[in-house]
Design a protein around this ligand. Structure first.
Ligand code: AMP
Length: 427
């Protein structure tokens, strides 16, 4: 399935190709035709599945059909989302996918001055992305009117509930025209959220991105507990094993992917990064080199890695632990395909422990922790009383970082010159 097959207008197709999107994600494939038809939608999907584009693209398409340059702009679309970060990201998405369309958007959220937000509203916009509290404030001050809203998106409804915003959401809903299209997104469906969905949706179509909860049984899994700043060294250390001739390394962010690939190249390990900021050509090139075996490591973000189909990919490394447990299952499912045996290593730092616990809970497996490496996280070593220093039994087995850490730090300090502090803060 391609975006072309979803019947999108050329302006949007052009923007998507500039964004480097080649194929729709499952939620996009399912939701775009429904939303473009004006039908209400109940979407069960998490962040990271491409759900923003799943609603933003068909909304832009609908607005462009109806847009009349001569008429005064009024707010036709309201997207309500729980956090400032999400609000900003959503507006960026509307701007990106709608960059060849004559539509305007604005974002409003609390905790900052309302002046520039009011100014943006005053100039006239088509799409408003808002957090509930600031929206209600600005409605009360008559800077915003919801009278002309034709499409309402409630994003991350379950998080609204968790964050105590549900009453504000209900107040906003009460101010919306009853004749409208409503799109309701939630990662989970607790009873209160289901009840809210029932009251605000009209005859909705349901779209669900099925959570996966069983790990590919052929994949052998293990985890390294490691400090943040040591992850890069651990990766090089793991890659000393010549058996690992081709490996897919996952990072959470695009910058992370670039950084890891750069670090590996510096260590003379052939690597390329692929993610959404790279051109389609660059990604294709990297993928072909990886498939041919001319590069050993492909570093990818989750979305970029979708669609990577490499036969006999035996190794996957989770350089970052995914925040969404299901993502882990998708990632390690890249190895061990078609009955081939795969190996998945994960690098888990202290801050990622809660995500790791959620993963183990989801797959109902206690994944073995690898102790015998030079970068063992301190919490995993036996406490050393001063009098016992040097007699730590685990040190003798070589699975403590006690003596070795010192060596590594010296080595790192030397290797990085005065920049050690820099790379730590950037990692
Ligand atoms: P979301 O789940 O909406 O937060 O999207 C997660 C990330 O996936 C964002 O960085 C998007 O830019 C990216 N993305 C969304 N759809 C696609 C697609 N079809 N192809 C590639 N990247 C995408």
């Amino acid at each position: 399935m391609t975006f072309n097959e979803l019947g999108l207008i050329p302006e949007i197709l052009k923007a998507l190709s500039e964004e480097g999107y080649s194929t729709p994600t499952p939620i996009q494939e399912q939701a775009i035709p429904i939303v473009a038809e004006g039908i209400d939608l109940l979407g069960c999907a998490q962040t990271g599945t491409g759900k923003t584009a799943a609603f933003a693209i068909p909304i832009l398409q609908q607005l462009s059909d109806r847009h009349d340059e001569r008429r005064h702009r009024h707010i036709k679309v309201l997207v309500l989302t729980p956090t400032r970060e999400l609000a900003i990201q959503i507006e960026e998405s509307f701007k990106a996918y709608g960059r060849h369309l004559p539509l305007k958007s604005a974002v409003i959220f609390g905790g900052v001055s309302q002046v520039p937000q009011v100014e943006a509203l005053r100039k006239g916009i088509d799409i408003l992305i808002a957090t509930p509290g600031r929206l209600l404030d600005l409605i009360q001050q008559r800077h915003v009117s919801l009278r002309d809203i034709g499409i309402f998106v409630l994003d991350e409804a379950d998080r609204m509930l968790d964050m105590g915003f549900i009453h504000d959401v209900k107040r906003v809903v009460a101010l919306l025209p009853t004749k409208r299209q409503t799109l309701f997104f939630s990662a989970t469906m607790p009873p209160e959220i289901q009840k809210l969905a029932n009251t605000i949706l009209h005859d909705p179509e349901k779209v669900e991105v099925t959570p996966v909860s069983s790990t590919a049984e052929t994949v052998s899994q293990s985890v390294y507990m490691v400090e943040k700043a040591d992850k890069r060294h651990l990766l090089e250390w793991v890659l000393k094993d010549p058996k690992i001739d081709r490996v897919l390394v996952f990072t959470r962010t695009k910058h992370g992917a670039d950084r890891v690939a750069k670090g590996l190249k510096r260590a003379d390990i052939s690597a390329e990064a692929i993610h959404g900021d790279k051109s389609q050509n660059a990604r294709q090139r990297a993928l072909s080199s990886f498939k041919e075996g001319s590069i050993r490591v492909l570093v990818a973000t989750d979305i970029a890695a979708r669609g990577i189909d490499v036969e006999e990919l035996a190794y996957v490394i989770n350089y970052d632990i995914p925040e969404v447990a299901e993502t882990y299952v998708h990632r390690i499912g890249r190895s061990g395909r078609a009955g081939a045996s795969g190996t998945a290593f994960s690098f888990c730092m202290t801050e990622e422990r809660p995500y790791w616990a959620a993963i183990e809970k989801l797959i109902r497996i206690k994944i073995p922790v690898i102790g015998g490496h030079p970068y063992v996280e301190p919490v995993h070593t036996l406490p050393q009383k001063p009098a016992e220093q040097g007699r730590n039994p685990s040190q003798n087995q070589g699975n403590s970082n006690g003596g070795r850490r010192k060596f590594n730090q010296q080595r790192r300090g030397g290797g990085n010159g005065g920049k050690k502090g820099d790379f730590r803060s950037k990692e």
